[in-house]
Design a binder for this molecule. Structure first.
Ligand code: F6R
Length: 369
């Protein structure tokens, strides 16, 4: 079943172009999202909601964090995101006209399910929706609306293609809400849909950098700690990169929004901690570059994932720069930049000799709290 791949994680990373194609299939026209793809009753719900509350765990939580940037930036819809194990126990205030959105690969994560149940108990007329990869699951049964990610079975414990298809689904969701509420200009909607349709090719291209990433992974052979930096949507992508690295290579990793460096973590920097920066050419790039200068001045070893227009290297020959992609859009960028980070953690794990598909202490589906 593994074919040419040594591990399920590797196979699933390479299945992502197809998984994205499958998730988009039948959900859009050439230029618009089909609101009906969200199920019977979705349009009425989308018309009345005033904010979105996302609840999830782990990697699925990171997908929610990316979506928060998108919801508020692109359709001006307030969006809050919280890990389920906190949300369920803290008596949260749920405003009227909230869409309670759970995100889950398995549909059985105990905390996510309990958070949904608690919220429904507090507000019986609450609209709930799940973005889920398991059609027959507790979350799909107990949510008003269901949008399935079509990632196919994910066997590796570390979530890869499920995350990517969750992001695609979230992009379709905000496009659908924006269409119904008329907060998304038609031209913008068309651009988003066209961008999403380009994703399989963008991901394919990003996957081709594997040999270079394999080389860079050597840097981690004798390291115990790593720091991931990003700004905007690249901050949650940095969090996801750090989670993947700790999960499968057992290297301690942290993610920080680059602007927070001087508020503490800069004290950590020396040549024993590789710093991984995600640097698309966008309106935050110049700020990120000056953060990276601060890292460099303190002897930090940096690995920069950039696009063809970023030019973080300048005349610094020593910097490890990987041109991971062409210049990508607001929605396609986080999805595309996550790919090389998946490959990086995979190759570091191979060097460390850990059990990639079955990391110690972890289960694929966390059905106990
Ligand atoms: C990390 C990972 C976990 C899951 C989390 C939620 O690679 O797989 O963090 O994302 O346990 O699981 P689901 O999405 O099934 O609710």
């Amino acid at each position: 079943e593994l074919g040419e791949h040594r591990h399920y994680m590797h196979k699933e990373i390479f299945e992502q172009p197809q998984a994205v194609t499958d998730t988009l299939q039948g959900r859009t026209t050439d230029s618009a999202v089909l609101v009906s793809a969200f199920g019977h009753g979705a349009e009425a719900v989308f018309k009345q909601i005033e904010q979105v509350q996302i609840i999830a765990c782990g990697t699925s939580y990171h997908a929610g964090l990316v979506a928060k940037y998108w919801f508020e930036d692109i359709i001006q819809m307030p969006c809050a995101v919280e890990v389920a194990s906190e949300y369920r126990y803290r008596n949260p205030v749920i405003r009227h006209n909230t869409l309670l959105l759970t995100i889950s690969q398995s549909g059985e994560t105990a905390d996510t399910l309990a958070a949904l149940r608690e919220a429904k108990k507090t507000q019986p007329d609450l609209s709930s929706m799940t973005i889920c990869n398991a059609p027959e699951s507790s979350l799909t049964r107990e949510s008003n609306l269901v949008f399935l990610t079509h990632a196919g079975p994910e066997i590796g414990v570390a979530s890869t293609k499920a995350f990517t298809t969750q992001l695609v689904s979230l992009a379709l969701l905000l496009t659908a809400i924006g269409q119904v509420q008329k907060t998304l200009p038609t031209a913008r909607e068309t651009a988003i849909i066209k961008g999403l349709k380009k994703l399989p090719t963008l991901i394919q291209n990003a996957l081709q950098h594997e040999p270079l990433i394999k080389e860079v992974a050597q840097l981690f052979a004798d390291k115990n700690s790593a720091l991931f930096l990003g700004r905007g949507t690249m901050y949650p992508i940095a969090m996801e990169g750090a989670l993947k690295l700790k999960e499968i290579s057992y290297i301690h990793a942290e993610a920080y929004p680059a602007g927070e460096l001087k508020h503490g973590p800069l004290a950590l920097i020396d040549d024993s901690i590789p710093v991984i920066a995600i640097a698309p050419k966008d309106e935050l790039l110049e700020k990120l570059k000056s953060n990276l200068q601060e890292v460099k001045a303190r002897g930090g070893q940096m690995i920069v994932f950039e696009d063809e227009d970023s030019d973080v290297r300048g005349d610094d020959e020593d910097l490890n720069v990987i041109k991971a992609t062409t210049n990508v859009g607001r929605i396609t960028a986080p999805i595309t930049f996550n790919i090389p980070l998946q490959l990086l953690s995979y190759h570091v794990a191979l060097i460390k000799g850990t059990d990639v598909d079955q990391p110690r202490n972890l289960a694929k589906s966390v059905t106990v709290e």
